[in-house]
Each structure stands twice: as structure tokens, then as C-alpha cells.
Design a protein around this ligand. Sequence first.
Ligand code: SF4
Length: 235
Amino acid sequence: MPTELVRGYLEKVEGYGEDYSLADLINNKLRQEEIFSERDMTVFHPSSVGYCARKVAADMIGTYPKEQIEERILRVFQNGHSSHERIQNWFNEMGIMVEEEKRLTDDELNIKGNCDGVLELGDDGLFVLEIKTISAKGYRYIKEPKPKHYAQIQLYMHLAEIHKGILFYECKDDQRIKEFKVEYDEEFVEELIEKIKYINECVANRELPERQYEKNSFDCRYCEYRETICWPDED
Ligand code: SF4
């Protein structure tokens, strides 16, 4: 007996007549999952701490128009999730994963999120784990943690009260691995907390922070707010 969702896909297929493709079905499924995602956008997600304050505030306010993420990118995201699960499973099967997807919250700062896991590595003790998958093109340049990832794991270490972390990078194209041990940096985390307070304040006042980057910067080039709120009238 097809579920509601499957019936929805079948109706879509019938609607397409001879022209439907499996790619259409997959894209439709992913789009529906995106629309009905249960991710709470009103809280501050630690994974966004390294991102543009304006973009994070706009996401949290939730009423600003944004460009739709293209379907290919939705598939890339899902591929990333599958890789995370595969890598987490390795650590589970080795018996060194103490807590997978550890919940991390701070009510005062309105933070809710999860880190990929907490590992116990013998006498070295506990480490916060953060997994990243990256294309071969980007992988070549990874000589140290990327700034956004460094900020993210610092905040995780703070929230988990575990002051050691590992950033684990896997190359998507050929499964090469690089890993970096990261020590907690209290001063750096204080700056992150100031940023989070500022974003929360902007959200409470329904105001957007100033643009943080130039239009042609890497961050803006791939941002869903580039054409809708930051530079709406320019080509
Ligand atoms: S387009 Fe650039 S400045 Fe504007 S919200 Fe996005 S990242 Fe920030």
C-alpha cells in the first residue's frame, strides 16, 4: 500500500506522462523533505557560528525572501549526510564513539545543535568530533582547519565542556583523510559568544546586521540572500 508521500510521487509521475525521469522523482522527494524539514530555524545553530551574521539573522527571522537551493545541491547535502553516517559507524564499531550526535544547548544564548560525536581515545581522554567531507579541489588546500570549521568546533568544545577536538576531513572523490587536533581557545570562544549575542539581539529587534562581505566574495557568491536582500537591484 503506497504511503501518502509515495502516492504523491506516483501522481507526479502520471502528471509527467512519458516525460518523467527518476531524477524528477528524487528531486521532488528531496524538495519535499526540505520544505517539511523539522529543523528549528528560530534558534542559533552552532554550525552557523562562522557564517555571515546577516545571513544567520535572516534565517532566524525567517521572513526574508531567499533563493531556492538548486536540487543538485540538495543531493550534495544528502551525500554529505550519508558520508557522516558511514564515518560515525566506523567509530561506533571500533568502540571509541562515546556519544554520537551529542546534543548541545545553551538556553541563555538560544543555542541548540549537535556535534557529530564524542570520541574516547585511551589515555588522551575525550574529544569532540566534527566530520567534514570536501571535494578533491578543496581538499588539496586543506593544510589546517578551515576558519568556519575551526569556529564551529570551538563552540562545540565550549558547549560540551570538553576542551579537545578533532576535525576530520574526508575527500569526497577518493576517500583520502586528513585530521587536525584542536585545543580549546577561550579568548576566541568569547568573541564567538559576543557574535551570537549580537545576532540574537538583531533577531529580537527584527533587524538585519550590516552586510559582512563584498558582493563577489566567496561567501556572498553562494548565499541565497545575495540577490534578494543584499544586492536586489544589481545584475
Ligand atoms: S549575500 Fe553576503 S553579505 Fe549578504 S547575507 Fe549573504 S553572505 Fe552576508
